[in-house]
Design a protein. Sequence first.
Length: 288
Amino acid sequence: MARTTQDIRRSISEAFIADPTIQQGYHLTPGKTFEEQFSKVSLEAILFWVFASAIHALEELFDTHRKDVAELVAEAEPHTLRWYARKAKAYLHGHTLLPYSDQYDLSTLTPEQIDKLRIVRYAVASEQNNIVYIKVAGRDEEGKPKVLPKDTLEALRLYMQQVKDAGVPVRIISSPGDELRLSLTIYLQPVLLSPQGKPTPGRDKAIRKVIEDNISTLPFDGVFRPSDLIVALSSQSGVEASDVTSATTAQAGSDSWQYIFGYHRPRSGYYHLNKLTINYQPYVPGSL
């Protein structure tokens, strides 16, 4: 990463005044800084700023060069599963590829236009029985994954047929989030519960938000672990202990619910929290 001009100038000036020959020739006092012994408009100070500015520009050029080389290496890598996912997210809806190429002509598009056309915001690829499966999703106004429209999905499939390796079957999947139902028992300090055993609406809302955020912020195609949910709740003020008493999931539109034991990866790549039930209990640990 390129250093700032100020940092470079400071390094040059410190090395300059630390040289014994310079100290003797300029009659410098050891221990004093460059600024304490040279004026800001001195020839030495001006030269050091010129040198530092040139070095800073050179380092920035090297940073850009390094980034360009890294991108070229990534593009030249064998067509791994990551490559397929990256290509899916590079799809520009409504545009055609250059002839005999897997690239677009972006010369007439602004960065804002390119970002708007890249409707595939989430993508992950896997392989089963020699078939590459790519899970994809768009992004809604809240930043959460959403199903791609059928016409968009069909256009994406045609695009992937053009860029994929010859002879490799590719299947594109864009499905509604897997339904998730959770039941939890949360133990709060007794003073935080009403005589009816309920927390204040504000505290209940904050706890539910922790649970919902834990689900919605999972990486696309990430694994849900009830143990991670318990850890997240432990940081919430007033929560002394918690337990996920039931966690079930089903594909969208299906009535075939299955229990989650330990962990689960959603078939669609993400979850939709269908139902959340919380049983609040007072935290009264046994005394010795």
